[in-house]
Design a protein around this ligand. Sequence first.
Ligand SMILES: Cc1cc2nc3c(=O)[nH]c(=O)nc-3n(C[C@H](O)[C@H](O)[C@H](O)COP(=O)(O)OP(=O)(O)OC[C@H]3O[C@@H](n4cnc5c(N)ncnc54)[C@H](O)[C@@H]3O)c2cc1C
Length: 579
Amino acid sequence: MAVTITMPKLGLTMTEGTVSSWSKKAGDPVSEGDVLFVVSTDKLTYEVKAECDGILASVLVAEGDDAPVAAPVAVIAEPGEDPASLAESAPAPAPSKTADKDKPIETTSPAASSIQESDRGGKKVVVIGGGPGGYVCAIKLAQLGASVTVVEKERMGGTCLNWGCIPTKVLVHTAELYHETINGSDLGLIVKDASVDWAALMTRKTGVVDQLVGGVEGLMVANGIDVVYGEASFVSAGSLKIGNDTLEFDAAVVATGSETVTPPIPGVDLPGIVTSKEALSFDSVPKSMTVVGGGVIGMEFACVYATLGTKVTVVEMLDTVLPPIDREISAIARASMEALGVKFHTSSKVTGFTDKGGKIATSVETPDGPISVESEKVLMSVGRKASTASLNLENAGIRHDRGKITVDRFMATSVPGIYAIGDCCSPIQLAHVASAEGEIAAENVMGESKAMDYKTVPSCVYTMPELASVGLTEEEAVKRAHSIKIGRFPLSANGKSLIMKGYDGLIKFVVDDRYDEILGVHIIGPRATDLIVEGALALRLEATVDEVVTTIHAHPTVGEALAEAALAVNGKAIHMPPS
Ligand SMILES: Cc1cc2nc3c(=O)[nH]c(=O)nc-3n(C[C@H](O)[C@H](O)[C@H](O)COP(=O)(O)OP(=O)(O)OC[C@H]3O[C@@H](n4cnc5c(N)ncnc54)[C@H](O)[C@@H]3O)c2cc1C
């Protein structure tokens, strides 16, 4: 049977390739594995090889021409077949795209249609919200020549700087150091009477936050951006009300972030039941704490307080904690947290809270029946919702789904000239996503047509140890019908991790087995949140395993284990016995 050779798909976003050269010509005998032709894409060149022995019966795409992915490029007649008859009945050549090369790319971006080139420079743009989405967007807009006003109802820096990423990580850092110190005897580290000065830690946390907020305020001044403090709400699709003032705009970007969800559980208003905001500023380290919700925020607080001596119990409705994380990685994270003393009730539901005179009793339905967990504090950490209630979105006609603003991939809302970014609209509620969306929105406000790509968004969890991931989990890759290979490298075999006592760590690659393209990278262990950058870059460049393993990784680093995990995809890890 004749074999049709098609244009390979050499990356997730590849739609076509160019046949840059032929190594054989029609009529040549070919053996399996011979290079037939070379494909070039905008990022790589690739040799397409014969899949069988035979005669090259037809060449369907000329040198220099393009062909869409999966289009026929050549036909090989197997031994015994008549190449001439095959050539006649060969599939039609793929339509060459070279003829269309000079055609302009069409775009459906509302940005492109609503903002005229002549508007650049003097465009009056208002950004509502000064978090990592809003302030980054404002700076980008100013760089592009807009006249920018940011409206902020509390403090510049938003949740991230004031009540989120930064203050939590100040606590994480001290908790980690304390943990290392009191468990340092095998490192030759004996510190007598080590303890945490909670008041000093709170002062440091405030100092770090204030310094960063001050930095953002300074950037506003340096970029000529006006900051108006007050709560904004839409009057129309072209004006806002802030207190008694009205602000007219040519374009607006909504970046109002998110707020904690408080489910209507009986007793949820009792004193001592707190959100992440209050959990950053307790008067002292609580003796006991129940964490409702096994997501990222809850698990970070669970680790901090368990390390500082709090008896922590986590209640989660699902059968796993950290649900979006690769299951193998989240199971290791759970075991590490159990080693810190955290107690878990998964597949369990909180049904109510009662006051027990200074303590709170949390009623929980577990798979083994109802239980009551008593603790000094309860941290409600069951998710966050878009913070848009005060905006009067209806006055501007902005479409939303129960408060979450509807946007397209250009970050445009249903109203031309009004964009939304960050937690108030995004599928992923992370600071770096808000900032990336902010830059996209700014460019589109100023007439570009840039689309947001979520494929390479890394997520980091600052538990102990840290974990980080980018791309597809093993479960997602299988669900999307990829035929996959997995490469794993345990950090117990990595020198730097051993030095840092990161024995339980793991690096895992999820790879499409057709071209060894990397689909996902998952890390638990020391420096995971810094190392994931390599995974994000690999996905951004649509890298294959070969490109990671041929990149020389410095020694001794935890990063070396990335190359080993990539090698392990094909059973070739150097520092692991063959399996
Ligand atoms: C405890 C915690 C830890 C976190 N840790 C991390 C982490 O480690 N890494 C990470 O990437 N993400 C983390 N996040 C998530 C991150 O903080 C958010 O994804 C990010 O702040 C969203 O940015 P944003 O600009 O969309 O909104 P926000 O940062 O929430 O900013 C919105 C701003 O808009 C203002 N505003 C709201 N309504 C109005 C109005 N009507 N008028 C004027 N101003 C208004 C608010 O006051 C606020 O300043 C954490 C979140 C929490 C709660």
